[in-house]
Design a protein around this ligand. Structure first.
Ligand code: SF4
Length: 212
């Protein structure tokens, strides 16, 4: 990535970080790379902690879960697990010491957007875990509410539908077709205006592209 683009990402993310702080997310930082984000998370989470996570591609792209597995109790479902088994894991994850996730969009005025099929991740990022760790690449930054809602449906959800190999019309259309099929992955949207008051957050913004 050229130097000017990196500087642009730094300026953009510093503005988002300031806006998040104004919205009461106190522990917000901007890092240069996914590697630095990973180091930060590993430093933050002590050994023997219970760590919950959903299926975030951003978190996966850091390679942090493999390191955490060596020292922590990880509570995370895997693809193909029966729903009843997953539900037990999701309940347990809401009582974790830390929960790792990524928003699908962040506005420049510091509002965070998440979209989900089941809502397990959305409930965990609001209340339950002692500290929620949110990680996002610069590619998640959008101008405003309208752009955020557009992005979560037409970029994040479509890429996830392709990843999950579901038979939804967006997979071939390349944009949201507001489907009504059982495989639909967009049933719940959560929008954090300000920090939910009973939960602590660490937000890490990465100058690199990360996740969907
Ligand atoms: S077509 Fe369905 S699954 Fe695909 S993005 Fe739209 S609502 Fe989500």
């Amino acid at each position: 990535m050229d130097e000017n683009t990196l500087k642009y990402h730094r300026v953009l993310l510093e503005k988002v970080a300031d806006a998040l702080k104004k919205n009461n997310f106190e522990d917000v930082s901007v890092v240069d790379s996914k590697e630095q984000a990973k180091e930060k998370i590993l430093k933050l989470i002590p050994a023997n902690s219970k760590v919950g996570a959903g299926g975030s591609m951003t978190v996966r792209s850091l390679g942090v879960m493999d390191e955490l597995k060596k020292k922590c109790n990880i509570v995370q479902h895997s693809v193909g697990m029966p729903l009843e088994e997953r539900k037990k894991i999701w309940h347990e994850a809401t009582g974790a010491d830390f929960y790792l996730a990524s928003p699908q969009a962040i506005t420049t005025d510091g509002h965070l957007f998440f979209i989900d099929k089941y809502g397990n991740r959305l409930s965990a990022i609001i209340f339950g875990p002692t500290r929620v760790v949110l990680v996002a690449g610069y590619n998640k930054v959008v101008r405003d509410l309208d752009e955020a809602l557009w992005r979560i449906k037409n970029v994040a959800a479509v890429k996830n539908a392709i990843r999950l190999n579901v038979k939804t019309p967006c997979v071939t259309a390349g944009k949201c077709m507001d489907c009504n099929v059982p495989e639909r992955i967009c049933n719940v949207v959560t929008y954090l205006l300000k920090r939910p008051a009973a939960t602590d957050y660490t937000v890490i913004l990465i100058k690199e592209e990360a996740g969907y």
